[in-house]
Design a protein around this ligand. Structure first.
Ligand code: TGC
Ligand code: FAD
Length: 390
């Protein structure tokens, strides 16, 4: 890892500000110091490394763009992207933890919460004192969250919540969960459910081959009494959780570049050092084709992410544009991980190198936050005006 150089084939760094570069460097240094040395063992043991929580907070990864008065880092969208890129260079599961905390928990509380909710939860989420999870997916409703059955009933002084969420990042250790559930009228609302509420449990999902250093689990609600002040009043309907996904998907579009960079960098260095048939394998045309295609795809992905960041900063990025970047960049990364793995031959399957871990992680990343197929259909709808979902 010591020799890691971030590929910058098109001098994209020149388009960043000094502040962007400093923020990226701080994140990169932290990943190198506190994540890279421990992450392989954590993944092998399938344990979430709680030791990283403080560091994630210190580099601004919890609420990068949430205003400082609520504990956030008050940064722009490109800084947010660069932080996600550096974290995912370390591990997609670590980036997941940050994505959920920032875009799926802090964002809805900031955007749709009351001032009391903001003050109560955001500073503690920003510092990592509270960890959050986001419950949208259910056992029978993944790509089609509008069909969710988790629901709540108005009981006068509280809501009574019943149902179950599945595949929830951070659930096993979360202090708070932003949960999407239907009212008696069938309208989707966000509720803040707190650990310790009777009837609320968070069993962990075991035996994953992917995102092993991230804790995934369920959120189960059995007659949970949720105080009325825990409803997010600012927005209802499926658009509320989908707008959170816009923010998280944007971060993933950058994050995937980090995983791809790490795989490319590892494969490039290995191929120059590994001698077969009397010369470095980097000198063989088939290996050069792989490496040349990798740097080309990374460069295209960097440009896509940066332009999207500019649009986001201007408040102009559409859901469809974000969706395209998430889909393209994650597919790019998973392809590069697979090609890099081959360049390392047998060594590529070991934990001595990060590639196989990235490759397995990216199988989740290409599925969560909308599957690759769903994102193709979002673009399809955008360019044809015809919905192919239903
Ligand atoms: P559709 O009819 O398109 O939309 C329903 C309503 O929502 C509005 N809307 C949006 N509003 C704000 N922001 C957006 N991005 C919005 N997109 C849509 C829309 O205008 C409509 O409003 P209204 O007033 O007309 O009702 O909804 P649909 O049921 O047809 O579904 C569309 C579809 C399939 C694209 C959507 O359901 C979808 O994206 N499905 C994929 C599900 C998904 O991504 N789940 C992610 C779960 S969270 C997760 O994976 C976290 S992993 C995190 C980690 O570990 O890093
Ligand atoms: P399904 O929706 O059952 O899809 C199965 C297959 O069918 C896919 O290939 C899909 O592309 C395809 N398909 C579905 N509908 C269509 C269609 N209309 N046209 C064509 N093909 C279609 N969710 C949360 O709410 N919070 C989290 O924190 C969270 N974290 C996650 C962490 C991990 C590690 C994983 C794996 C998932 C996580 N998810 C989370 C859930 C994730 O968002 C869902 O897995 C994802 O949305 C897909 O849903 P599904 O798994 O039910 O697949």
């Amino acid at each position: 890892q010591d020799t890691f150089q971030a590929p910058d084939y098109y001098e994209i760094d020149d388009l960043l500000t000094e502040e962007h570069r400093m923020i990226r460097q701080a994140a990169r240094d932290w990943v190198k110091r506190d994540v890279s040395p421990i992450i392989e063992e954590a993944a092998q043991k399938a344990e979430f490394p709680k030791s990283i929580i403080k560091g994630l907070s210190s580099i601004g990864a919890f609420g990068p763009y949430i205003p400082e008065e609520y504990g956030g880092a008050g940064l722009d969208q490109i800084s947010y992207g660069l932080i996600m890129q550096e974290i995912e260079r370390g591990d997609s599961g670590v980036r997941s933890t940050a994505s959920v905390q920032s875009s799926l928990v802090m964002f809805p509380i900031y955007e749709y919460g009351t001032e009391e909710q903001r003050k109560k939860f955001l500073p503690k989420l920003a510092s990592g004192e509270f960890m959050g999870s986001f419950g949208l997916t259910e056992p029978d409703h993944g790509s089609n969250p509008s069909g969710m059955t988790t629901h709540f009933v108005d009981k006068g002084d509280h809501y009574l919540l019943n149902g179950a969420k599945m595949w929830i990042s951070n659930s096993p250790f979360c202090d708070v969960a932003v949960v999407w559930a239907k009212s008696e009228e069938g309208r989707i609302h966000g509720l803040i459910v707190e650990r310790g509420m009777d009837g609320f449990s968070t069993p962990e999902t075991h035996n994953k081959w992917s995102l092993r250093a991230s804790a995934t689990g369920e959120l189960i609600f059995q007659d949970v009494k949720v105080p009325k002040e825990n409803l997010l009043p600012g927005k209802s309907g499926l658009g509320a959780p989908l707008s959170c996904l816009d923010s998280a998907r944007y971060g993933i579009a950058w994050g995937a570049i980090g995983a791809a960079m790490d795989c490319y960098d590892t494969a490039l260095r290995y191929s120059k050092e590994r001698i077969q048939f009397g010369k470095p394998i980097a000198g063989f045309q088939l290996q050069q084709k792989k490496l040349a295609e990798m740097i080309t795809e990374i460069t295209k992905a960097q440009l896509l992410a940066l332009r999207l960041g500019q649009l986001k900063n201007e408040g102009k990025a559409s859901t469809a544009q974000i969706s395209m970047a998430k889909r393209n960049n994650v597919e790019m990364a998973i392809h590069i991980a697979r090609e890099s793995r081959q360049i390392l031959g047998g060594m590529g399957i070991t934990g001595e190198y990060s590639i196989m871990r990235h490759m397995m992680n990216l199988e989740s990343v290409i599925t969560y936050e909308g599957t690759h197929d769903i994102h193709l259909l979002i673009t399809g709808l955008d360019i044809t005006g015809l919905s192919a979902f239903k």
